[in-house]
Ligand binder design. Sequence first.
Ligand SMILES: Nc1ncnc2c1ncn2[C@@H]1O[C@H](COP(=O)(O)OP(=O)(O)OP(=O)(O)O)[C@@H](O)[C@H]1O
Length: 237
Amino acid sequence: MSALFPVVLDSAETARRGQVLAGPVNLTLDGQGICVVLGPNGAGKTSLLRLMHGAARLTAGSIRWSCPTPQARRAQAFVFQRPVMLRRTVLENLAYPLRIRGVRRREAMQRAADWAGRVGLGGMLDRQAPVLSGGEQQKLALARALIAEPALLFLDEPCASLDGRAMREIEEILLAARAAGTSLILSTHDMGQARRLADEVVFMLHGKVHEAGPAHDFFNQTATPEARAFLHGDIVE
Ligand SMILES: Nc1ncnc2c1ncn2[C@@H]1O[C@H](COP(=O)(O)OP(=O)(O)OP(=O)(O)O)[C@@H](O)[C@H]1O
């Protein structure tokens, strides 16, 4: 378990121009393995992830990590639904997070090449990142987030609009990160993906946590009719 956890959200809320995007949320996470945040469109999944990471403003309540918040933030990385690529090569994209942390160029390039290989981009080191396919860009974004060895990685719909093969490759990278001790919090619409990856589930509805607990319990003995309906693929509003 990492020094970041447990993290405790106490009536945590993020609002914009008076509209609550997520919250109030009461939630304690212990950072063991993969926490999957589920819920219909607009339920507040992205907002919750951004709030926890400090990318959305905490407008009420509190979020307490087990270490000082600035330290917790430095130990985190965030992979967005649509990855932002630097207009540079694959290798330079991967080396960038190391370079800004002061790693020498030679070592940064070596580690970048190693990570490119791990995510199946070893043959594309000199290709310009913006011309990669969606799946390749997502793998690059993941490797670029993991190369700095974060204790916690947030992923917002990491496989949206990817085909089955790209999804499987990305899930393998996520499982390897989990096995290496990284905590992951990811949002998804994909129930299959949630079942394959989740150790813990947070089910959101209307900006609030509707149900949270071990994945096994969520999938086998869901407590609320809304979560049951969502699991059955019914429309939940
Ligand atoms: N920057 C913003 N300004 C105003 N409203 C926003 C902003 N970002 C999100 N919202 C609203 O906040 C609510 C929660 O959005 P959020 O993106 O967190 O949900 P989500 O569960 O991730 O949805 P989806 O599955 O569609 O990505 C929605 O009603 C959305 O329209």
